[in-house]
Structure formats: structure tokens, C-alpha cells
Design a protein around this ligand. Structure first.
Ligand code: XMP
Length: 319
């Protein structure tokens, strides 16, 4: 029999034994797994933990501030926030290919993370939010997207020279157990039960070339969609929901004038394992409200569409 409190106690002891009085580095993404590791390690070793949070400019609206608010301000965790928007967008300039974009984002993340890590003296451990399904998955396959996801999220590309030992306190846990640990550790419910967000972020939700204006519009559209999903109780009924930026101009009218603006696609799915998914049958009234708000509130958007493709054959993300 286990309870979240017991697992935490147990892991706190184990981490203390493993780490002693030495220092640990953690890449904090704001996702569930790394957030729970941060909270757990903070409880276990306090100021011996340093988190690095990289803002790549492809995060959701206010995401960076929320991470700092939760960890640095409320919990007193040592978090270094790196504002790397210009660097990421600069490297992505002109690149249209989805896999190439993923690689650029992943590699740039590793560069930024390594640079920050090298500035911190005396770090001997790297903490990772590896959970049990990750362990299984990487044992089963070393190729394909699963591995790309892993290598990005878990900072698999850290240089050999750093020779950091791993701290992986969630290695034996399933996602639902990790969430319960998170709540027990005092993380906000909304953070612990947030929909998954891909490592490359908005980089794969802006089709083709990534530009700052596109990312800004997309962030706003996505925030409106999520706000209305939460308000209507549909956020919990969907497994993942988000807006996608289509770099296509479409005509609209406002008063006497014609507008020629961008298109936003909305995507919401229900799934157990993310391998297959059904598009969510959101109420028309909800879609209508979201669409009206996006078009009325966002200058750059003249049209909203809803994605009614299931997986397979369509993937959940558009790229
Ligand atoms: P697809 O689009 O393959 O997505 O149906 C399945 C799940 O994986 C997420 N996803 C990613 N996560 N890096 C990530 O960390 C990626 O490159 C990536 N691509 C897709 C997607 O959001 C969905 O939850």
C-alpha cells in the first residue's frame, strides 16, 4: 500500500542519501514531470537545487511568468530564467521543415542549457523528470519521434565532459501517480492537471516558418480557446486542446472595410494514450463563442476553423 505522502517521504530520503551535500541541476519546463521533480527536490535538498528555465519564445501566454511565480516566488526554489526568445527565433529564421524546426529547437535548448549549467559551480547531479513509461519507451525504441521527444525533454544531449550523475526520483511512477505527488507537494491543481505541451512548443503549431508576430497572435488565440474550455468545463473532458497558426490570408469584412488576415485552426482531442485520438465533439455554442472572441479581439485573424480529423491518420499536432 502506498500513499503520495509515503512515496514523497521515501524519495526525499533516497535523494538525500544519493546527493549528500552536493548540488543538483534541473531543467524546469513547466510541464508536470519536471515541476514535480522540482518540488520534490526542493523539499529534499532545498538550496542545493538549481533549476534552469529556458524561455524559448515558443511558450504559451504568460507561461514563463507562471513558472517563476509558482516556483521562485511561492516556493522559494532557486530558478534561473533564461530569456532566449531572440536566439531561438533567430535560429529558426527561414526554416519551414517541421523536423528541421524540431531539431533546431532541441539543439538550441541544449546549447542554452549547457551554457547556463557551465556557469554554476560545483554541480554534480542532473535531475530529470523521467517517469516509468519513458523508461519502457526508450528501452523499446531508440529511434523515431518517441526518442526525439525524450532527448529533447530529458536533456539527453548534455556533453560527456559534464559527467553529471542522474537523479530520477519519478522513474518508477506512472503519470497519475506523479500528478498525485504534485498535489501532495503543494503544486497548483491547474499545473498538475494541465494538458501536455510539446517540447518544441508553438514552433510546431505555427505551420512553416516561425515568426514573432505569428507566435504572439497564436498565444492570444490559444489563451482565449483554453479560457473558454475551462469556463465551460470542457478542459477536463478533453485530453489536449490548442490553437494552430495557419500562415494563410483569408478575406473578412469589418464594417465597410475588407480585412485580409490570418487563419487560426482549433484542435481538441480525446485520447487515452495519445497514439490514437478522436476529435472532441465540442458544443457548437462553445466553438461559436471562441471563434467570435478570437476574430473580434485579435486584429490579425479573420477566420477560425475547427479541426475534425482523428488520429490516425491525422496526428494530434499539425506538424
Ligand atoms: P502527434 O502529433 O504525434 O502527437 O499525434 C502525440 C503527442 O505527442 C506530442 N508531441 C510532441 N511532444 N516533442 C514533444 O515533446 C515533439 O516534438 C512532439 N510532437 C508531438 C503531442 O503534443 C501529443 O501530445
Amino acid at each position: 500500500l502506498w500513499t503520495p505522502a509515503q512515496i514523497i517521504e521515501d524519495q526525499v530520503q533516497r535523494v538525500r542519501e544519493q546527493v549528500g551535500d552536493r548540488h543538483v541541476l534541473l531543467g524546469l519546463s513547466g510541464g508536470v514531470d519536471s515541476s514535480v521533480v522540482a518540488a520534490l527536490l526542493h523539499k529534499a535538498i532545498g538550496t542545493q537545487l538549481t533549476c534552469v528555465f529556458v524561455d524559448n519564445g515558443l511558450l504559451r501566454k504568460a507561461e514563463g511568468d507562471q513558472v517563476m511565480e509558482t516556483f521562485a516566488k511561492h516556493m522559494g526554489v532557486k530558478v534561473i530564467r533564461v530569456d532566449a526568445e531572440d536566439l531561438f527565433l533567430g535560429k529558426l529564421k527561414g526554416e519551414k521543415d517541421p523536423e528541421a524546426k524540431r531539431k533546431i529547437i532541441g539543439n538550441t535548448f541544449i546549447d542554452v542549457f549547457d551554457e547556463e549549467a557551465s556557469k554554476i559551480d560545483g554541480v554534480e547531479f542532473l535531475a530529470q523528470g523521467t517517469i516509468y513509461p519513458d523508461v519502457i519507451e526508450s528501452a523499446a525504441s531508440k529511434t523515431g519521434k518517441a526518442h526525439v521527444i525524450k532527448s529533447h525533454h530529458n536533456v539527453g544531449g548534455l556533453p560527456e565532459t559534464m559527467k553529471l550523475k542522474l537523479v530520477e526520483p519519478l522513474r518508477e511512477l506512472f503519470k497519475d501517480e506523479v500528478r498525485k505527488l504534485g498535489l501532495e507537494l503543494g503544486l497548483p491543481y491547474d499545473m498538475v492537471y494541465r494538458h501536455p505541451f510539446p517540447g518544441p512548443g508553438l514552433g510546431v503549431r505555427i505551420l512553416g516558418e516561425v515568426k514573432k508576430d505569428y507566435a504572439d497572435i497564436l498565444r492570444d488565440a490559444d489563451a482565449i480557446f483554453i479560457e473558454e474550455l475551462r469556463a465551460s468545463g470542457w478542459y477536463e473532458k478533453t485530453s489536449q486542446a490548442f490553437a494552430v497558426f495557419l500562415p494563410v490570408k483569408s478575406v473578412g469584412v469589418v464594417g465597410d472595410g475588407r480585412r485580409y488576415e490570418w487563419v487560426i485552426a482549433l484542435r481538441a482531442v480525446e485520447t487515452i494514450d495519445f497514439m490514437t485520438a478522436r476529435w472532441a465533439h465540442l458544443p457548437y455554442e462553445l466553438l461559436e463563442k471562441v471563434s467570435n472572441r478570437i476574430i473580434n479581439e485579435l486584429e490579425g485573424v479573420s477566420r477560425v476553423t475547427y479541426d475534425v480529423s482523428s488520429k490516425p491518420p491525422a496526428t494530434i499536432e499539425w506538424e
